[in-house]
Design a protein around this ligand. Structure first.
Ligand SMILES: [Ca+2]
Length: 109
């Protein structure tokens, strides 16, 4: 039983890491994020509240809602474009503009 729990935990974590890695790659490819930029350093925290993942921040919630609405399982450039017009973190600047200015759209600046 203990082995089963460990196996499930490890494979579960791997699946989560793979999913976020794929989403992050889509984000980075869509917006041509440079590694030394604010967004490049934010990595998982573009969509999550912690560097290790965990809960979605305001932008992550909007991307997830758009993903669910699309009926797909992968975040695509089209899904990211759908939330560009929103101001997820409520700081007065739209997500698309924040991303262009290398600001985190999920964190009030
Ligand atoms: Ca904003």
């Amino acid at each position: 039983m203990k082995r089963l729990i460990i196996f499930a935990t490890v494979t579960g974590l791997a699946a989560v890491a793979m999913a976020t890695g794929a989403f992050l790659k889509t984000f980075n490819d869509t917006y041509k994020v440079k590694p030394d930029s604010t967004l490049g350093k934010a990595k998982c925290m573009i969509c999550h509240t912690k560097a290790s993942g965990g809960a979605f921040n305001a932008f992550g919630k909007d991307v997830y809602a758009a993903l669910k609405e699309s009926g797909g399982k992968k975040v695509t450039a089209e899904i990211l474009k759908k939330v560009e017009g929103k101001d997820s973190d409520g700081d007065g600047m739209k997500n698309g503009e924040e991303i262009k200015k290398d600001r985190n759209p999920g964190v009030k600046n």
